[in-house]
Design a protein around this ligand. Sequence first.
Ligand code: GDP
Ligand code: MN
Length: 387
Amino acid sequence: MNIHEYQAKELLDNFSVKVPAGKVAFSGEEAELIAKDLNFNKYVVKAQVHAGGRGKAGGVKVVDTPADVGQVTTDMIGMKLVTHQTGPEGKIVSKVLIEEGSDIAKEFYLGMVIDRSKEKIVIMASKEGGVEIEEVARKSPEKIHKEYVDTSVGLQPFQSRRIAYFLGLDGKAVNKAVVFVSGLYNAFIEKDCSLAEINPMVLTGDGEIIALDGKLNFDDNALFRNKDIEALRDPQEEDQLELEAKEVGISFVNLDGNIGCLVNGAGLAMSTMDIIKFHGGEPANFLDVGGGATTEQVTQAFKMILSDDNVKAVFVNIFGGIMKCDTIAEGIISAANEVGIEVPLIVRLEGTNVELGRKLLAESGLNIQTGTDMREAAAKAVEAANS
Ligand code: GDP
Ligand code: MN
């Protein structure tokens, strides 16, 4: 799960990670009042959306007066922000963060993720802050320093100092960076983060180390023990189809391709995506209706797939174990009756009640292509989507 920058900063503040003073606002008038109240020399107005790259896209503005804060906020709210992370559809801005403008001496990058192969947390730091770190990693990986932390021992002060020295810090700034890095690490562990990224972390003119930006991602599987984090969820920022799926108890992940997949079992869903790719196609989604799906759930799943305009073919790949093939067939038929299927439908059914399932589909009058096995059906789906 993702949260907004303003939420991340509030959280980090509790872990001794220094952040600029600021407050979230939902309208121009509110923003102006907040700015008057905060009374800074300089203000930064920042669009709050779950995507980075806002600076380049016009989502970060530095202004001098509360009146300007109000004006810039009015312009920003309701605007569609398109950054390299939002995709062409962009994200609508509905709130902004009003912050004290910082006097930036240097911008750094600081990030933490879990390195699964090493079974450690890796902390990455670079002098190349404020820019796309993926670009730095590609062009000059030596500019990124990595510290691996064994979680049973915890982050050691010498590791934080090594990061500070790598960034070229000296004097009091070293200890400030140590407090900053260990604070971020503690937040990462305590709140079950999967990613923590401060880009940029800055050294200010008066020698402070502060988080100018803050991105935190959390492990969904640990949210049950982090109710405070769960409460920060912003449904507006989440994929609407994925939310719908969650509500009806289906595992669904929206993807960029054009072949809709309806599958039972996460393993078969993964291999279905693989085999589509193997034949040169691109899946539009990952969808696991699960073992015990009802006709209603299958209908819902099928409607979700069809609601995606990118979908040019649907590939139903079912191995009926607990799941019965006739349930799947009934779901397909009822979804087709409700919303109509205008794209080619390729079905591969095997397992429990397969004869009944095939019979229902054959008698439904739907235009269905079948495959005798998964490979043949996948090849047909790719061909159908591309033609
Ligand atoms: P992102 O583009 O979505 O990652 O948003 P950031 O929060 O990283 O802001 C983008 C850039 O705006 C930063 O790299 C800074 O250069 C600039 N910026 C952000 N806050 C301030 C500030 O307080 N003062 C100044 N001068 N620039 C800022
Ligand atoms: Mn940033």
